[in-house]
Design a protein around this ligand. Structure first.
Ligand code: SME
Length: 152
């Protein structure tokens, strides 16, 4: 069986080829969400984009319905945005202010996407198991997220 590390490494060329074939950011996010979601069997995989009114608005995703707006500093997504860092949550019930879009979600990772030094979107992934995400996921997902807008 492939390790997580090997799985991400094997996926990277597919990510590059998806991104090089299309420059529209929504199309890139849509296919990237689908690729990660189906490759890893996550519960929810998608993007929130920073909108003009200074909230996060739901973007392309795979999985069940999700909340459409998240304010700066709220939930895991709003925290990753406000603090400009990847947030790994092994147990969402222990994260103060976690926004439960689905009661099935047990652990989560949120990775910021930057352009010209500013966070302009986040990649949010939820798992139905506790402790799914660690530093390996953070490192690889940051690399993958970078591909949407270019190097950070
Ligand atoms: N749990 C997230 C909200 C988005 S859903 O997981 C899709 C949060 O706390 O920001």
């Amino acid at each position: 069986m492939q390790t997580k590390e090997e799985k991400y490494a094997a996926l990277l060329p597919a990510v590059h080829s998806l991104m090089s074939g299309e420059e529209d950011e929504i199309a890139r996010m849509a296919n990237l969400a689908a690729l990660l979601h189906h490759e890893f069997g996550f519960w929810w995989t998608g993007f929130y984009r920073v909108s003009k009114d200074d909230s996060l608005v739901l973007g392309p995703f795979q999985g069940p319905l999700a909340c459409t707006r998240i304010q700066l500093g709220k939930g895991v997504c709003g925290t990753a945005w406000a603090e400009d860092r990847t947030v790994v949550v092994p147990d969402v019930s222990k994260f103060p202010g976690h926004i439960a879009c689905s009661s099935e979600s047990k652990s989560e990772i949120v990775v910021p996407l930057r352009s010209h030094g500013r966070v302009i979107a986040v990649l949010d992934i939820d798992s139905r198991e506790l402790g799914t995400f660690d530093n390996t996921d953070a490192r690889w997902l940051e690399k993958i997220a970078d591909c949407v807008y270019g190097p950070r």
